[in-house]
Design a protein around this ligand. Structure first.
Ligand code: HEC
Length: 123
């Protein structure tokens, strides 16, 4: 899970396929080819319903979905971007925003020590 404030006010559920989870559990770096990691993003909204039960403002839940992002490991196909292919989908459609897609690798490569993946495994 990740929660971002700033301009985003978002929740992310970060999921991995079997290859990703196996590598995570074994603490294996680099992630092997075939790894797929998905980040499902939602608005971060207060829950009036839950707050009523608590008697004060403390509950936040996932609101409407915003986008889904993918990282797919294929060290040959995506050699130019650290072995990772990046994907961004909104309303079921892939992004055609070149500047935004360029920013993926530019930012993620700062996490070189963990093969460009920020999210740690939550057992
Ligand atoms: C300015 C930096 C930045 C940019 C640009 C960026 N990301 Fe990320 N990304 C992060 C951070 C930090 C996380 C860790 C979780 C969080 O805070 O949401 C993350 C998490 C992810 C994850 C979950 C795996 C992981 O590394 O934790 C995926 C998948 C992902 N980003 C894909 C993308 C895609 C696709 C793009 C481009 C459209 C992109 N990111 C652009 C910083 C960035």
């Amino acid at each position: 899970m990740a929660h971002e404030e700033g301009d985003l006010h978002s929740f992310a559920a970060v999921l991995g396929n079997d290859v990703a989870i196996k590598a995570y559990r074994e603490g294996k770096l680099l992630f092997p080819d075939g790894t797929i990691i998905a980040a499902l993003h939602y608005r971060h909204v207060p829950s009036g319903e839950n707050n009523k039960v608590f008697g004060r403002d403390q509950s936040f839940v996932a609101g409407s979905p915003t986008n889904i992002q993918f990282m797919i490991k294929d060290s040959k196909k995506y050699a130019a971007t650290g072995g990772w292919g990046f994907g961004h989908f909104q309303d079921g459609k892939p992004s055609t925003d070149e500047a935004m897609m360029k920013a993926c690798f530019a930012c993620h490569q700062q996490m070189k020590a963990r093969d460009l993946v920020f999210t740690r495994y939550a057992p």
